[in-house]
Each structure stands twice: as C-alpha cells, then as structure tokens.
Design a protein around this ligand. Structure first.
Ligand SMILES: Cc1cc2nc3c(=O)[nH]c(=O)nc-3n(C[C@H](O)[C@H](O)[C@H](O)COP(=O)(O)OP(=O)(O)OC[C@H]3O[C@@H](n4cnc5c(N)ncnc54)[C@H](O)[C@@H]3O)c2cc1C
Length: 1023
C-alpha cells in the first residue's frame, strides 16, 4: 500500500488493472488489455526487481499464452486485495472470523456486490445479508439502503421510505432472532440517501415490535447537514430509550463519497453537499462526536468513532465519555495501527467487506474508493506510511488537527444545499452564460413545493383557430410586427429574453405539473426539460453578443422575417422554447404551432413569454388542426422559415407541398448504444435502461438498439441482469412521483404497435412488453433479443418503450451495425478501453456521440443537439450550439475575395479543426467538433454572382470536401421544379448565399458533432 501511495505509476497501474483487466471473462481479451495498459502506464519503478521482470514478461507473453498468464495476473490482484476485501465463502471467512476473535477484534461484516440495478438483485443481496445474520460467527452487520432496495428516488420520498422500511423490518427481525443477536447498522453513502435513511430507520424502530432493538446508523461529518441530523437522531433515541429501552449507535465517519458528490453537484449545477475543506470536515467530525457523547444522551446513544487518523484517535481516547465510544477501523487499511488501538482502547470493531471469490468485479468500486482515499493529497493515510514524530508530515498532520480543533465551534452548521423553489427566483443576466440548476429533490422544501403545484395546477383553455382566414390574419400580424421587432437593438431583445428566462424559472412548478397532467411527462423527466428551456433563453440571448460584434465590424445580418415553430409532443416545453427564442433573438417574429396533444403546455409557454414582455404580435400562439388550415400556415408565402421537430416523413411532406419552403428540422433517430466486453457492466446496464425507457422511449435521442459485442451478448448473466433491470422499471401515471416510465402520449402508432407485439425471424423476447390499460397508453418496457442486421426493427424508428438487442462480432462490426441505415441522431458506447473509444469516435456517424453515459438529455451549450444524415433536414446548425441563432437570418458580405485564402486557412486550422469545450466540466468532456461534409454538389444558377461561386470554391478547397453526395449548395436562384427533383432523390439543399467571412462560410462545409464523454471513475477524475 505504501508503494501505491508513493509511486504514481504503480497507482495508475493498480487502478487500471483492477478496474479494467479484472472485468474480462475472456482470457485473450484480458491479455490484450493487460499488455496495452502495461505499455501505456509503464513498469512502476517502486516494484521489486522480481515483480518488474514478471510484469515485463507477463505483458509480452499474455497475448501468446493468455490462458496461462491471465489467471496468474488475476490471482495476484486477488491476493493483493485480500487483506482489504475478504472472501465471503467458508472456510476462508470462518477462519478469518475466528482469527479476529482470537486477536480480540470484533468484526462488522458488509456484504459487497454489484450495483443493485433491479428488484431481483436487491432481493438477492438481501438474501446474502440474511445468510450472514444467521451465522453464529457474525454478530455485527452493516449495509447501505441502496444495496437492498433498487431504484431509490428521493423525489418519490414516501414511496422510497416505504420500500426501505419493508426491507428493514425483515432484517431487524432476523437479527433479533439470531444467536447471538446481531447488530444491524445502516451505512451512509450518497447525500441523497441521508434523509431517506433517517426517515426509514426512525419509522421502523419506533414501531412496537422494534422499540427495544439496539441499532446503528452512520453520519458523515463532511456534510454540514449531519449536525442537525445528529441532534434529531439523538433526541429521538433518548425518547425511544425512555419508552422501551432500545438504544441507537451513531457511527461518525468523515465521509467516503466526496468525489462522487462533486460530480453530482457539477452535473446539476448544485453546491457540493460536503464541505469544501478537510479542516471543516475534521472539525465537524469532532463536533458530532462531542454532541452524541453529551450527557443528555448518556443512556440512549453510543458512538462509533470510525477513523484511521491517529491524531483523532488519540483525542477520542481522552474523551470523558469514552466508555460510550467504539473505535472502528477498516480491515486491511492500517493493521498495525488497529493493533495499537486495540491495545490502547481495549476494543476495536473492524469493518470487513466480504465478497464471493467468483465475484471480484463486485468489489471494484470499494477497492477503488479505498485506493482513492489512501492517495488523496489531504488525507491522513497518505502520510501514514512515512509518518515519524517531528517529521514534516507529522507537523502538517498536527497542524491539521489543531486547525480543526480551533474550528469546532465555528464551522458552518447549515446545509450547503439550500435550493428552495418556493422562494422567488432570482433574476439572472445574460452577459455571461451558465446552465441553470436542476431542481434538487433532496430538499424537503422542493418536494413540498412540487406536491403543492401538482395539487393546484389547472389546465388552461386553448382556443382553436380552424379557418384559413384565421391563419392568414395571424401571419399578417406577424409580418407587420417583424419590422419593428427586427430593428430593435440587440441589447433590447437580450433584456426581454433575460426576463423570459426569469419568468420561466418562476413558473417552473406550474409547468412541471402541467406537463405531468397533460403531456405524460413525469416530474423527474420534466425538470431538466424546463432547465433546458431556461438555458435556451439565456444562451441564445448571450449568443447575440457575438452576432452584434460581427455586425458592428461591418457585416450585415438580415433576419428571415416570420418564423413558424411547429413543435412536437415529446418535449412540449423545451423544444418550442428553443425554436422560439432563437428566432426572436435573431430579430424575427414567431408563430408557435404545437402538436395537438400538448397545446396546453405550449400555450402556457406563450403566456409566460407575454408576461415577460414579448409583444403579443411578435410571438403568436396558434392551435390549429393538422389539416388544410395547418397546411396553409406551413406553406404561407409570408412565412420565411419553418422550424420542425418530427419525423423525416413530415419534413418531406412539407417540402412536397411547397419545395421552396425553408425547413429547419430535427428529424428521426434510430439510436444505438454499443457495449463492448471492456465496459463497466453495472454502468452500462444502468445507462442503457435509462436511455431506452426514460419518457417511455419517446425521446428523439432514446436508445432503440443496444449492440453487444459477442462476449457480452453470449454472457447469460449480463442478459439476466438487463432483463431484471428492465422488469424493475416502474411504469405508471406521469403525475405519480414514483413512476420511472410514464404512459405513451397516445395509442401506439402502427409501427410502434408492431414493435411492441410482433417479433421477426431470429428474435425472441428477453422481456415481453405488456399493455397495462384499456386505452393502450401504458406499456411495460420490452426487449427484443436477436435483432438481425438489416431487419425491420434494426432500421425503423419506433419511438416507444421497446429496445432491440443485436450481437456484433467485434467493435468494427458493432460500428457497422450502428452506422447502417439512413439516420444518425445519437449514439453511444460503453467501454473503459480508450483505444476502442477513439476507434469508435473516428467512425461513428451520429450528430451526438455519448461515451460511458446515457445517450439522452442534451444540455444547452454542453451538448448542442442535432443529427447527421436523415436525422436533420435543412442544413441547419445544432440547437443549443453557438450558431443556432444565426440560422434565423442571412449574412451578406461581398468584399473582394482576392487574398482571402490565408484567412480561410487560418479559420479552418484555428477553429474548425479543433475541439471546443466551452463548458469545461471536470467530470465530463463535452466537445463540439466539426467534420468536413462527405461531399457537396455546387449548383451554380444562371443568375449566380461569380464572386459567390469563387467564395464557395475556396471554402471547398480549404475544407477538402469533395464534389458529389446528397447535399447541394445552391448559388443563385432555383425554381420549385428543380428543388422537388433534388428532394425526390433524398438530397438536402443549402440555399444560403456564400459569404466572404470564413467563420460563417466554412460552417456550410462541415457537420457538427457533439461528444459527451464521462471523465471519472466512481468520482475519480481521469484528466
Ligand atoms: C470503520 C469505518 C466505517 C466507515 N463507514 C463509512 C460509511 O458508512 N460511509 C462513509 O461515507 N464513509 C465511511 N467510512 C470512511 C470514512 O468516511 C473516511 O473516508 C475514512 O475513514 C477516512 O477518514 P479518516 O478520518 O480515517 O482520515 P482523514 O485523512 O483524517 O480524513 C479523510 C477524510 O476527510 C474528508 N476530506 C478530505 N478532503 C476534504 C475536503 N477537501 N473537503 C471535505 N472533506 C474532505 C473526506 O471525507 C476524507 O475521507 C468508514 C470508515 C471506517 C474506518
């Protein structure tokens, strides 16, 4: 351990071998990865000569004789982890328990296992814990609630607590019935489980059956919230003890989930729950211990003092009430110190994680967490191996201890997470941009707030416009308003959009409730959607700073005029908001026509805009039927641009009505997630289920296919885990907080019905979907196994809760399957092998590429959204990206082209060939990059300006885009017949006039790709 702490290379090697090589079941595959890891990391100098030679030889020989080398590597890794994670099987476990008892240690057993992804896995873990409880050589067991209950959700607080309570009753009963009687302790891991754990514990232990039971719980000192929790628990324990004698033990720890808490906070825009300094955590640790040991609770509360910090331990031994205090340490972390403490304190409780020998992967998260803890710069264990009295390290640790002691009384006591949606939202400007925070459901105030909103929401009446005359009047209003709105200053429009964003935030609760009541959107799914809408308003307003600067520099930008936003039902708030805000920011007037199913939500959006100061003729709302009235609107000569989110066929239909129509459309997707043998199985299944069945699979970005590398596909355990996880998805009403997957927005379309009910040759149901209501809106999720290359389900978008599983020979085959077909919206890969990821990134043909994460839920600026191939129509830029606003107008500039080539080359090299990550998160890399289009045809019309042709040719030359393909760049005028011919061939047409500004022109020769790549392992940052 000392070498791991001190040698960064050994540390990197240990992390990589534990996290990656152990996962492979196939020896050959493990061998290849083993060799590449040794090559990438190098042989650590701190290893002894024998180990260095063995590592060299092993890496060289592994691919040749993997069946000999890899078991040796595995055995060595298991041996190295042996002291920290124990075998759950006898005789090893029994022997260990006996040996510890002989030495005078008490054991606290924690059954490790894979992440709990399903009810079946929770039941299995429960059975394993009960098995421990029944053993005569086990009298102390620890578990975390998320190990025995799947899919806990703090938003569905009461439902979650009920489920935890059911589990706890079983465990307490078993523990009381066992001989010897076994003590059960609830560990604490994630901040979001704190209030759930306390609520369940205090509820069950207050029931008559359990009133006399002694039980334990953990509090994490790095959470300022723990002080109030400690006070609450101790007072509760005192009352309970007085009533029936049961006592509570509080194990005080500092907290081991710091890294993941930071990740969670960064992704959602929250304050991190733990303190930001170790001094504060150390100080709170002492404050909690002191509080729990106070005389008030002398009869009712014991304290577990869990630390390896010798300064803290020495302090503990001197405490006046130390007879109520148990020293607790972790098996294998600091054995010599544990022996010393045993001698000094007379007792030490050793926390002993156990795992089945054939399930070593299950202990990876625990092992990496321990490795992290031992190597983190501020932590005591890092110093332990070199600590000598009077050394520099000693002085540092002493100073840390003294600072913490000095801060005990003053360290912050209230929670760092204080978001309260019921308070008035604070106005935010648009001179800079930051994503707004999602709702923090850990806060009780927010849970009360949404319950109130759901109870109070009313659905607005929407008046139908069902005549052509009515539509004409709307368009005439929009035309009349376009001039004044377009000539307002950018600053003016920015301030209105800023006010819009604030108004949307103020109405978040009502919008969520309305979506849940009328658009089948659960609160959990709806909240990020409202955040996205708010971000759109602020981001597009912010983007106009760049636009304005370019105008100030002499270019001219002309808004399109009247924009029609024809929005879909699956994102009834954010998608219309995005289209409307971008068009408004660019200086257009807008008519918003939502899908009939979700008119109430779009009308609510319009009202929020009007209240915020958008004039009623600048944004008009229309509820019109999708018949000749709707067609009139779409094809109206005074409507300059139609923004559509819908099926490719709908975009094609619009164009068939009127070829010269300008459509900017986000269209269909048939999205696949690839899972290779190098994936973290727990994370892959979790992300797959979320991607496939969130919002009942009705997101454009939803995973409709999973392509498994053969070794994964053939692994029965993987398929069983996937099936169990899918069966555990709770399906129900959208306004029921415990629903994970809501209803369909209507009856299934014929395509979806086929997908839900009929298999094709070679397929079988891994999980058969079931219709759960007479209206045929509610379906349990389904999984089709054995989807064949080129089959109907492989290539058809079905848009619902059904997932197809395909088998790929290897990664190249997987990419081939993923790229087949005409669509290219989103796609993902799960693999821990960076070489595989790079290969995938080079070849995958999607607009949004996701790595080691779920493939839905694009966030403004972080992951601009939009597809390749037929997933996008109209050659527009990505929504939520830097160029979207400019798609709603035309640049013109015609300065001489002579001498421009260097400018074009510079722009190409300095911008278009680079990766851009303006969000710069630590835990996730979010890159926008540009790929030259595969080919473009230039159509030079008779009236084309030769200068513009020259510009286009220059852009082609610099970008290297060849002639041909299915995109046409038009220079000059084309007629409808010509356009119709191109569309009939499935070509897309870019009619934007070329401009001499390379930053504008070169965009027409590239396609944008947004890559979102998880860059942490269990919170440990990878960059
Ligand atoms: C028997 C036992 C049981 C445990 N059970 C749990 C449990 O149920 N849940 C759990 O979360 N942990 C648990 N832990 C782990 C514990 O929380 C600590 O991570 C670990 O003990 C290290 O703390 P220390 O006092 O030994 O070392 P120290 O080095 O003194 O403290 C390290 C700790 O300080 C905190 N810290 C470091 N830097 C910062 C910073 N910048 N800001 C805020 N805090 C910082 C971290 O929590 C870190 O783990 C347990 C530990 C033991 C010994």
């Amino acid at each position: 351990m000392a070498s791991v702490v001190q040698d960064p290379r050994l540390r990197a090697l240990t992390f990589a071998l534990t996290d990656e090589v152990l996962r492979f079941t196939a020896a050959r595959r493990a061998a290849r990865r083993f060799r590449s890891i040794v090559r990438e990391v190098g042989v650590p100098p701190s290893l002894g000569l024998r180990d260095r030679l063995l590592l060299h030889a092993g890496a060289a020989l592994a691919p040749v004789v993997p069946w000999i080398v890899m078991p040796m590597v595995r055995a060595r890794l298991v041996r190295e982890s042996n002291g920290v994670v124990l075998s759950a099987d006898d005789p090893a476990f029994a022997r260990h328990a006996q040996a510890r008892a002989r030495q005078g240690f008490q054991l606290n057993v924690n059954v490790l296992g894979e992440a709990i992804l399903s009810d079946a896995e929770a039941a299995h873990r429960m059975a394993m814990i009960r098995e421990r409880l029944a053993r005569p050589d086990v009298d102390y067991v620890s578990l975390k609630i998320s190990a025995v209950v799947a899919n806990l959700d703090v938003l569905a607080f009461d439902h979650s607590v009920d489920r935890i309570c059911s589990g706890l009753r079983v465990l307490y009963r078993d523990a009381e019935a066992s001989t010897p009687r076994t003590f059960v302790n609830l560990d604490m891991e994630e901040y979001r489980d704190l209030s759930l754990t306390i609520a369940a514990l205090t509820r069950v232990l207050a029931e008559p059956e359990f009133l006399a039971v002694d039980a334990g719980v953990v509090l994490q000192a790095y959470l300022p919230d723990s002080l109030a929790a400690c006070e609450q628990l101790c007072c509760w324990a005192a009352t309970r003890h007085a009533a029936a004698g049961g006592r509570l033990k509080i194990r005080v720890v500092k907290g081991a989930n710091l890294a993941m808490e930071r990740v969670e906070a960064e992704l959602h825009g929250w304050q991190q729950a733990p303190y930001t300094t170790k001094t504060a955590a150390d100080a709170n640790f002492k404050r909690l211990v002191t509080l729990a040991l106070s005389d008030r609770f002398a009869d009712s509360v014991r304290v577990g003092f869990a630390s390896h910090n010798l300064f803290d331990l020495a302090w503990a031994l001197d405490l006046p009430a130390s007879d109520r205090l148990d020293i607790e340490m972790l098996e294998g972390m600091a054995p010599a110190q544990a022996r010393t403490m045993l001698a000094a304190a007379g007792q030490v409780l050793l926390y002993a994680p156990v795992v089945r020998p054939d399930d070593l992967a299950a202990s990876i998260a625990y092992l990496t967490r321990r490795l992290d803890e031992n190597t983190a710069p501020d932590n005591f264990l890092r110093a332990l191996f070199t600590l000598q009295p009077d050394s520099v390290d000693w002085a540092e640790q002493q100073q840390r201890f003294e600072s913490a002691m000095a801060a005990v009384e003053s360290v912050q006591a209230g929670s760092r997470r204080t978001q309260d949606r019921s308070l008035p939202a604070v106005a935010v400007g648009v001179d800079s941009f930051e994503n707004c925070a999602d709702t923090d459901w850990t806060q009780a105030a927010n849970r009360r707030w949404i319950a109130r909103e759901l109870a109070e929401v009313t659905v607005p009446e929407v008046v139908l416009t069902d005549t052509v005359d009515g539509v004409d009047r709307l368009v005439a209003n929009a035309v009349a308003a376009a001039g004044p709105w377009g000539s307002r200053t950018y600053a003016d429009r920015r301030s209105i959009l800023a006010a819009v964003a604030d108004e949307l935030e103020r109405n978040r609760g009502r919008t969520l409730a309305l979506m849940a009541r009328t658009a089948c959107k659960t609160i959990g799914e709806g909240d990020p959607e409202v955040s996205e809408a708010i971000d759109f308003a602020r981001y597009y307003a912010w983007c106009t700073h760049a636009l304005e600067a370019r105008v100030a520099a002499g270019q001219s930008f002309r808004p399109d005029g009247v924009v029609l936003v024809a929005s879909p039902w699956n994102f009834p708030f954010a998608i219309p908001a995005g289209g409307v805000f971008a068009a408004l920011a660019a200086g257009n007037t807008v008519i918003l026509k939502p899908a009939p199913e979700v008119r109430a939500v779009a009308f609510e959006l319009a009202q929020q805009l009007w209240r915020a100061g958008v004039p009623r003729d600048v944004l008009q709302f229309v509820a019109c039927p999708d018949d000749e009235v709707g067609r009139r609107l779409v094809t109206h000569d005074d409507v300059a641009t139609v923004v559509l989110t819908g099926a490719y066929e709908t975009a094609a239909m619009f164009r068939s009505w009127k070829p010269s129509i300008r459509v900017l459309a986000e269209t269909s997707g048939k999205n696949a997630l690839v899972i290779t043998a190098a994936a973290d199985e727990d994370a892959a299944i979790r992300d797959l289920v979320r991607s496939a069945f969130g919002h009942a699979g009705q997101k454009c970005s939803a995973a409709s296919l999973v392509i498994l590398e053969a070794a994964v596909y053939d692994d029965k355990q993987f398929l069983r885990r996937l099936a169990d996880a899918v069966r555990s998805v709770r399906v129900g009403a959208a306004d029921d907080l415990s629903t994970m997957s809501g209803p369909l927005v209507g009856e299934p379309s014929p395509k979806l019905l086929r997908a839900l009910t009929a298999l094709e040759p070679g397929e079988r149901w891994l999980v058969e979907p079931v219709c759960l209501d007479s209206a045929r809106h509610v379906w349990s999720p389904g999984v089709r196994l054995g989807v064949q290359a080129g089959s109907w389900f492989h290539l058809t978008e079905c848009f619902g809760p059904v997932l197809g599983v395909m088998r790929a020979r290897d990664l190249d085959h997987a990419i081939e399957l993923q790229n087949s077909g005409e669509l290219g919206l989103t796609g993902g890969i799960h693999s821990l092998d960076e070489a595989e990821i790079e290969r995938w990134l080079d070849q995958v043909e999607v607009g949004n590429a996701y790595i080691n994460r779920h493939i839905t839920g694009a966030v403004v600026r972080r992951q601009p959204f939009g597809g390749w191939k037929r997933s996008s129509v109209g050659c527009g830029p990505k929504a939520g990206g830097p160029f979207y606003v400019e798609a709603f107008g035309t640049w013109s500039s015609a300065p001489p082209i002579a001498g421009s080539e260097p400018d074009f080359r510079a722009a190409w090299n300095d911008y278009f060939t680079l990766d851009h990550d303006p969000s710069a998160l630590a835990c996730e890399r979010n890159v926008l990059r540009f790929r030259p289009l595969p080919a473009v045809r230039l159509h030079v019309a008779a009236d084309a300006d030769p200068l513009l042709v020259e510009i286009a040719e220059l852009a082609r030359k610099v970008s290297g885009v060849p002639d041909g393909g299915d995109r046409v760049r038009v220079i000059g005028t084309v007629n409808d017949a010509q356009l119709a011919q191109w569309f009939a061939r499935g070509w897309d047409v870019d009619r934007t006039p070329p401009v001499s500004d390379p930053m504008v022109e070169l965009r027409h020769w590239v396609r944008e790709q947004a890559i979102s790549w998880t860059r942490h392992r269990h919170g440990r940052l990878l960059d």
